[in-house]
Ligand binder design. Structure first.
Ligand SMILES: O=C(O)CCC(=O)C(=O)O
Length: 272
């Protein structure tokens, strides 16, 4: 059976840039992800893609590769940390209490694949073992920097609702591109954003095209979760960036007891 043409629900759960509507929240709850269309302008797409390519220059091999903390050196990547089309949704889902836990720039080179179904988190202590339903601890905001509007362009593939499943995806199918008819490839244009819950099972599709696929992932977490792309943020970056971005870096004055005296909300414009 050709699972892709016969059975796969290709209508992606789309959302609009800006504040999260009640309907978008409902869809996020049900599916575990939404796709926000038309987030980046053409200029933003181009400058972000150029930055991503600079980051990976000279390091591309024939496999998926990810590089963290690119925002420290690339202003185009820094600007997306608090992009106005996305920030209201992150704020809504975390009630304003979050940091940037990591920022990964990933490339899936032309004619390569890295199929591997997983949930996000840490194998050191699985998030699913913390309680049911698996809590939201890594909200992944993935900017599509290259075209993924057809299948086999390195698209992300998701299993809707799997963040609420008590039963895990069977291990023996985790290397299959489409392991179940309910898997949904995300067909999306450059400049659109996939936002998803850490508990959703996902995998990249092969990239059969002649060009490399780039995604830029920003991962937002509760303030106390250990960062995964850096031990600490570059002091020079902290010095020159905006107060909001500085707060979202999660570098605290007293790292030994960062929350002992209470938690100061990040300085969002509408918070005084
Ligand atoms: O293909 C990608 O860019 C994302 C890979 C992935 O699933 C992950 O890093 O968890």
């Amino acid at each position: 059976m050709d699972l892709l043409t016969e059975n796969v629900p290709l209508t992606v759960p789309t959302a609009k840039p800006g504040p999260m509507t009640e309907m978008e929240k409902f869809i996020f709850e049900c599916y575990g992800y939404i796709v926000i269309e038309n987030v980046l302008s053409q200029d933003e797409i181009e400058e972000t893609l150029e930055a991503a390519k600079r980051l990976h220059a000279g390091k591309i091999q024939n496999k998926l590769h990810q590089i963290g903390r690119g925002f420290e050196t690339e202003p185009a990547l820094e600007r997306l940390i608090d992009h106005p089309a996305i920030m209201p949704k992150v704020r809504e889902l975390y009630n304003d209490r979050f940091v940037l836990q990591a920022a990964w720039c990933t490339v899936q080179p032309a004619h390569s694949q890295h199929v591997g179904w997983h949930q996000d988190g840490s194998s050191a202590y699985e998030f699913k073992d913390l309680g049911y339903p698996t809590p939201l601890l890594q909200l992944r905001v993935s900017y599509h920097l290259t075209d993924q509007s057809e299948l086999y362009m390195g698209n992300m593939v998701m299993i809707p609702g799997s963040h609420k499943s008590r039963v895990m995806l069977p291990r023996e199918v985790r290397k299959e591109i489409i392991p179940t008819p309910i898997a949904q490839p995300i067909v999306a244009k450059p400049g659109s954003v996939l936002m998803f819950h850490n508990g959703v099972f996902h995998s990249p599709m092969p990239n059969n095209k002649d060009f490399d696929r780039y995604n830029m992932h920003y991962i937002y977490s509760p303030p106390w979760l250990r960062r995964s792309d850096r031990e600490a943020t570059d002091p020079a970056f902290l010095e020159r960036t905006t107060p909001l971005r500085r707060a979202l870096m999660g570098d605290y004055d007293r790292p030994d007891i960062p929350f002992g005296g209470g938690y100061k909300l990040p300085p969002f414009e509408d918070e005084d």
